[in-house]
Design a protein around this ligand. Structure first.
Ligand SMILES: Cc1cc2nc3c(=O)[nH]c(=O)nc-3n(C[C@H](O)[C@H](O)[C@H](O)COP(=O)(O)O)c2cc1C
Length: 336
């Protein structure tokens, strides 16, 4: 049995939230012992630089938001072979999230349901963690930001603007999360006046921040797979007009038959995520970067996403179920 399969078999026997933590901690120990290159072959690959929104991506395969919520592991995931990691989602203040159990994993169906609710250490501690680990990371660092649980949608823009400012020295790009189903009313930020105001304020802030740096700080918006096509088109058109740099398609979906709170990810999300990608690409053409996330579980899925013109891809559930072997497959696909 390969080391990858051994780790997966072991971790799948543990309660999901604990298992995520144990697996990432185990990986960090392996990293500290300088054994990543020995135990995982993808770490020794040659990378070819890909340029998107002014950033040099060592490859096109990234870690989706939520796996490294508190920025403790991104350097380790980079060493494993990922070209970019999106840490967070981070809120201004620490939050404990929704009651446990809040992650349910169905191994046979390759499905996860989560209702975490932005549990994270908050911006101050997260920035310390990023500063500590970034010197050991040569990939692209995305910082995913979200509004606090107690903050009304009328005041949500204040949180996002503070967070943009707070992470400006360390973020290579920002992911604006308005699509988690686990914070009350968050998804309402993607409609009408809330959305337009929020996006305009965010792109203005980005311009201000970028002026103060030699580097441009792109903004990508992470979108729900449950948007109607009508609203999705509005979101995309308004974002493009406002100067958004890219989109992440998609977050988890509330459209599932499991009698559990939270959003579904993994295999059942595949089709919705592919449909969103196809639809949004047809609107944006080459005017924005598209990062495809959702139900990417196999090498064939990765081939399909690139054939549907995703620029970059992100893994979450697929990585939980398949580990390093899926990363390797995706790296193979993306480098051809
Ligand atoms: C346990 C869990 C926690 C997540 N937390 C976040 C998060 O904090 N921020 C975010 O943008 N997405 C979060 N996501 C969504 C993932 O980033 C990803 O978009 C989604 O799971 C679809 O991809 P997948 O099918 O490959 O898992 C989370 C997903 C899971 C399963």
């Amino acid at each position: 049995m390969s080391f990858n399969n051994f780790v997966l078999k072991f971790s799948q026997k543990l309660p999901p939230e604990f298992s995520n933590k144990i697996s990432l901690t185990g990986l960090k120990i392996i990293y500290k012992l300088h054994l990543i290159n020995v135990l995982f072959s993808s770490a020794t690959r040659e990378n070819k630089i890909n340029k998107y929104f002014g950033l040099d991506f060592p490859n096109k395969v990234g870690v989706a938001g939520g796996l490294d919520k508190n920025a403790n592991y991104f350097h380790v995931l980079g060493k494993l072979g990922f070209g970019f990691v999106e840490v967070g989602t981070i809120t201004l203040k620490p939050q404990s999230g929704n009651p446990k159990p809040r992650i349910h994993r169905f191994n046979n169906e390759e499905t996860i349901i989560n209702s975490l609710g932005f549990n994270n250490v908050g911006s101050v501690k997260a920035l310390e963690n990023i500063e500590k680990n970034k010197k050991n990371f040569s990939g692209v660092l995305g910082v995913s930001i979200g509004k606090g649980k107690e903050i009304s949608n009328e005041r949500a823009h204040e949180d996002y603007l503070h967070l943009l400012d707070y992470f400006k020295d360390v973020a290579d790009y920002y992911a604006v999360n308005i699509s988690s189903p686990n914070t009350n009313d968050l998804r309402k930020l993607s409609s009408g006046d809330y959305f337009n105001k929020l996006i305009d304020e965010i792109t203005n802030k980005r311009d201000q921040i970028s002026k103060g740096f030699s580097k441009y700080k792109p903004i990508v918006v992470k979108i729900s797979p449950d948007e109607s096509l009508n609203n999705l088109e509005k979101i995309i058109l308004y974002s493009l007009a406002s100067g958004v740099d890219g989109f992440i398609l998609t977050n988890t979906s509330l459209d599932h038959d499991y009698n559990l709170p939270g959003g579904v990810s993994g295999k059942p999300l595949r089709q919705k995520s592919e449909e969103s990608l196809k639809f949004v690409r047809s609107i944006v053409n080459d005017k924005a970067v598209i990062i495809s996330s959702g139900g990417l579980m196999t090498k064939e899925d990765a081939i399909k996403r690139f054939s549907l013109k995703a620029d970059l891809i992100q893994l979450y559930s697929g990585f939980v179920f398949k580990g390093n072997s899926l990363l390797q497959d995706c790296l193979d696909v993306s480098s051809t």
